[in-house]
Design a protein around this ligand. Structure first.
Ligand code: WTA
Length: 661
């Protein structure tokens, strides 16, 4: 049975315990329903109340929502605030000021701590350093950093002066940085000499150098280099400066720059249906409101909690639930530099015990790989550690199969901790469909119900509601404060990608298929309905990988990329390639497949490497020349071909394309 099928027949229900309900912020289903009703009754009043209660405004807003230029919605537009002040300064003079903001554990297990007060000083000092290099409100800054306090400081410092950051995941290639520097028109890059992962020192600065040497990056005037390790790296005179150099003599106090609520806090690039990643632009007010509020709602955050989100700051999860949400909510959070399998696959469980983590938030892929590790080596099974500090578990990024859910529930949560399966996207800014730990009865594999104020629905191509029990397209019918504002520099693509004309041009199309349970109305996400793949919870565009493959012009004539189910990574990349030379077989095919994998790693990043590469003399096409992707998906899965293939010019290529290398 496939993962999706097993989700569809799932009928186990795990209601929260009476004690959990009693202690929760949103206590029981009636409390959840009351919030939903409030939002339905007075939509703007509901959001205005939350925005006033949860954020500090230097200038209060008088308008809540402006829909006059839909789908370019505006929230709290005439209000002013500063995101960094709302994450740090707000705690000064309260009991939180001397609380630990971040517990940092390095790759090699060393632990350090910073309090809110100390973090504020570090952010202020770095903000002054940015200003001293001429960086101003509205400028764009690329951040290419390892996981650690400094990455968060860099993001917060940009926010403090009103500069818009764009974080690039440390696993992305020079070419990806280059594209983003140019698209965003960045004036500076913040990076580190090296990053440490799994005991290895890996260059970051060298990749930035390579990116900036690709041409067209004249806008970049400064490269800030954090010396993570003592190893020297290349420094370009006049352009590159170490953190020590720029911080020297800078005061730790820096007045936060008030910005309008709609001011772009950040741009985060993500994969879409076409070759070029989209720069998802987020606001300051609406975005921050939701990252703060979902900390309270979804994670039921309490002052004594130790929160751990394992996501990298290069992804949206690391923005909302590392760099902004936990700080705005005054949480103590753990940040981990390394990887879950080093020095052994019990590292996560060991860290939960060591730091007494109470809320743990990770990706289904990580869980699946740790299940596999625990099954092969009993020494790394979670039962070897004391995990009783845990109170709430969460997952994000991809569907979780009920088997993995049950294992997580039993072996990590001790059948005591609710699991919040949070559905959301880079574009939604924060959780949109998720259980609430002290209210929602859980069903393994279902993200259950929309958060209050999120008008999620399932519709057909014309935007008409589909009855519960049948599948359709997931949409959100009303705007919400943390939604994407536009695609940086490409408003038309924003409109076309997310607000289809056929549906009236105002409702948000998520790009996922979903079905609601006939009885409970619970949502189950069935996967992307566009050309986006989800590999280990990372979003990859099939077209993006195809463009990378065909850009190897000396070798590749044509390429088609599809996803196929994978037990470990959810989906795996499968590429069908036609070469500019005779179709290779045997050892030669293996060699070329590897060469192409490395090429893709260099063009996009190692996460985009195709797991399967298959060679054919041609690709299966319709009479009009369109590649038959559905057929390729079947071949990739190893399914028997039941589709009509009589139109194929050369049916023999199907056998060729079935051979793996
Ligand atoms: C998928 C990550 C099922 C979905 C926060 C979505 C999920 C894409 C879940 C967004 C979930 C995310 N259950 N699928 N709980 N969470 N997805 O932009 O396909 O990296 O469209 O944001 O991940 O990925 P992104």
């Amino acid at each position: 049975m496939s993962a999706i099928e097993s989700v569809l027949v799932e009928n186990r229900v795990f209601p929260p315990s009476e004690a959990t309900i009693k202690a929760a912020r949103i206590s029981g289903m009636p409390a959840y329903e009351a919030l939903c009703k409030e939002a339905e009754r007075d939509f703007e009043g509901f959001w205005a109340r939350l925005a006033r209660e949860n954020l500090q405004w230097t200038r209060p807003f008088t308008k809540t929502l402006d829909e006059s230029n839909a789908p370019f919605y505006k929230w709290f537009e005439d209000g002013e605030l500063n995101a960094s002040a709302n994450c740090l300064d707000r705690h000064i003079g309260t009991p939180v000021e001397n609380k630990t903001a971040i517990v940092f554990e390095s790759d090699d297990g060393q632990v350090s701590r910073v309090t809110y007060k100390e973090l504020l000083a570090r952010v202020g000092q770095f903000a002054n350093a940015l200003k001293a290099q001429g960086i101003r409100k509205g400028d764009r800054v690329i951040i290419y950093m390892p996981m650690g306090v400094e990455g968060v400081v860099a993001m917060q410092a940009c926010a403090r002066i009103g500069a818009t950051h764009s974080v690039v995941f440390g696993g992305f290639s020079a070419k990806s940085i280059h594209e983003r520097v140019i698209d965003a028109g960045a004036v500076a890059v913040v990076t580190a000499n090296y990053q440490l992962r799994g005991g290895k020192e890996m260059g970051l600065k060298a990749i930035v150098d390579e990116a900036l040497a690709m041409g067209g990056c004249d806008s970049v005037k400064t490269v800030f280099v954090y010396m993570r390790t003592p190893t020297a790296c290349n420094m370009v005179a006049g352009r590159d400066k170490t953190f020590d150099e720029v911080l020297k003599g800078q005061p730790t106090e820096c007045k936060p720059e008030p910005v309008g609520a709609e001011h772009p806090l950040f741009i985060l690039y993500t994969s879409g249906s076409t070759g070029k990643p989209k720069g998802v632009q987020h606001s300051t007010g609406g975005y921050l409101l939701w990252s703060k509020l979902t900390m309270d709602w979804t994670f039921d955050l309490k002052p004594q909690d130790l929160f751990w989100c394992t996501a990298d700051i290069g992804w949206i999860t690391g923005h909302s639930y590392v760099a902004y949400g936990p700080l705005a909510a005054g949480a103590t959070q753990l940040i981990f530099e390394g990887i879950p399998t080093y020095p052994h696959s019990g590292r996560f469980w060991q860290m939960i015990e060591k730091h007494k983590v109470s809320i743990f938030y990770t990706a289904p892929t990580a869980i699946r790989s740790l299940i596999k590790a625990a099954e092969t080596d009993a020494k790394v099974h979670p039962k070897n550690w004391d995990l009783t500090s845990l109170r709430i578990l969460g997952t994000v990024g991809e569907p979780i199969n009920p088997e993995a859910w049950m294992w997580y529930y039993r072996n990590v949560g001790g059948e005591r901790c609710p699991i919040v399966d949070t559905f959301w996207q880079t574009e939604t800014g924060g959780h949109v469909i998720t259980p609430l730990p002290g209210a929602t009865p859980l069903v393994p594999g279902s993200c259950t119900l929309p958060l209050p104020g999120i008008m999620a629905a399932i519709v057909d191509e014309a935007g008409h509601d589909i009855p519960n029990g049948s599948g359709g397209m997931l949409v959100i019918k009303r705007p919400w404060p943390s939604m994407i504002r536009t695609i940086w520099g490409d408003p038309e693509r924003f409109r076309k990608s997310y607000f289809p004309e056929e549906m009236g041009g105002r409702i948000y199309l998520a790009g996922d298929g979903a079905v609601r349970d006939a009885k409970t109305g619970y949502f189950r996400i069935t996967g992307r309905i566009d050309d986006v793949l989800n590999v280990s919870g990372h979003r990859l565009g099939t077209m993006e990988i195809e463009s990378a493959l065909v850009s190897k012009t000396d070798l590749v004539a044509e390429a088609a990329v599809v996803g196929r189910p994978d037990d470990l990574t959810g989906e795996a990349v499968c590429a069908f390639v036609v070469l500019k030379r005779p179709r290779p077989t045997g050892e030669e095919a293996k060699k070329i497949a590897n060469e192409l994998r490395n090429w893709v790693a260099k063009e996009i990043g190692p996460i985009a490497k195709p797991k399967d590469i298959r060679f054919g003399e041609n690709l299966p096409k319709t009479r009009s020349g369109k590649i038959m992707r559905r057929l390729l998906r079947s071949i990739a899965k190893g399914e028997k071909i039941t589709q009509d293939v009589t139109t194929l010019e050369n049916p023999a290529i199907l056998d060729q394309l079935s051979e793996t290398n």
